[in-house]
Design a protein around this ligand. Sequence first.
Ligand code: FE2
Ligand code: FE2
Length: 251
Amino acid sequence: MNFVTQLLHLVGSGAVAYISARNIRDSRTRPNTLAAFQLAESGSVPFLTSLSERAAAEGDSWLAQMLALHAADERRHGNIFAQALKQWDKEVIDFKSLPKPAENKGEKPKRSPFFAAYFDGYDAEFFKPDKIEWPVFMASTYILELDASTDFARMANVLPDDDLRCRNLKKGMLSIASDETRHAAYLYEAMERRFSAREVENLVDEWRTRKVNALLAMVGNFVKGGGNPNLVKDGVPVDVSGENSSELKAA
Ligand SMILES: [Fe+2]
Ligand SMILES: [Fe+2]
C-alpha cells in the first residue's frame, strides 16, 4: 500500500467509524443499523456454505472446514442482531411483501455505492460461488473481515452502559468482533497456503486500495444525503431479562 492510500485509508476509516458509531448510539437510527447488519451477516451464509462445498469437491478439505465454520459463525452473528432488534420491539421487514424488481417500473436493484466501488470491474455473475476466483474471494473477504473486527469493537464501545439492552448488544458485538478477527486470520492463512509471499502482498495491497476507494464512495454518498432504505418494522415485544435474550447473553 502506498503512502497516499494509507492516508486515505485512515481518513475513510475515521469517517466511517464516526458515521457507524453515531448510527448505533442514536436510538432513532439504531434499529435500521442493526437490521442492515442482520441482513449482511445472515445473507452471507448460503454463499459461504456453497463455497465450502466447492472447496470440498476440489479436494481442499482444510478450506472446506474453515468455510463451514465461517458460515456457522455468520449465522450466529445474524441471530445476535435479530435478537437485539427484538429487544427494541423491531424486526427486519418481510421482503416478500415488497414489490418485486419486475413490478418496480423495471428498475434494476441498485448496488450500494460501497460495493459498486469495492468490486468495480466485476459483474454480479462473477460472484456466484461456483464462479468466483479463489484469490478474489480470499483477499476481498480478508480485508472486509479484518476491518469488521475493529469496526464492531468500536461500535460496541460507544453503546451506553446504563441500559440493559445496550449492554446485551455490546456483549454480542464484542463476541462478533473476535470471530471476525479469526475469519481474517484463516483467510490470510488460506492465501499463504496457495500463493507466494509476494502474491499475497500484492493481493492484500490491491484489495486494501479498493476498500479505500469504496469507503470514500460511501462517505461521499452519505455527505450527499443518500439515505438508507427502511429495513425494520415493529415486532413482538420481548422481555430482555428473559430467556429470549439467551443468544445475546451466551455471546
Ligand atoms: Fe460476521
Ligand atoms: Fe466474518
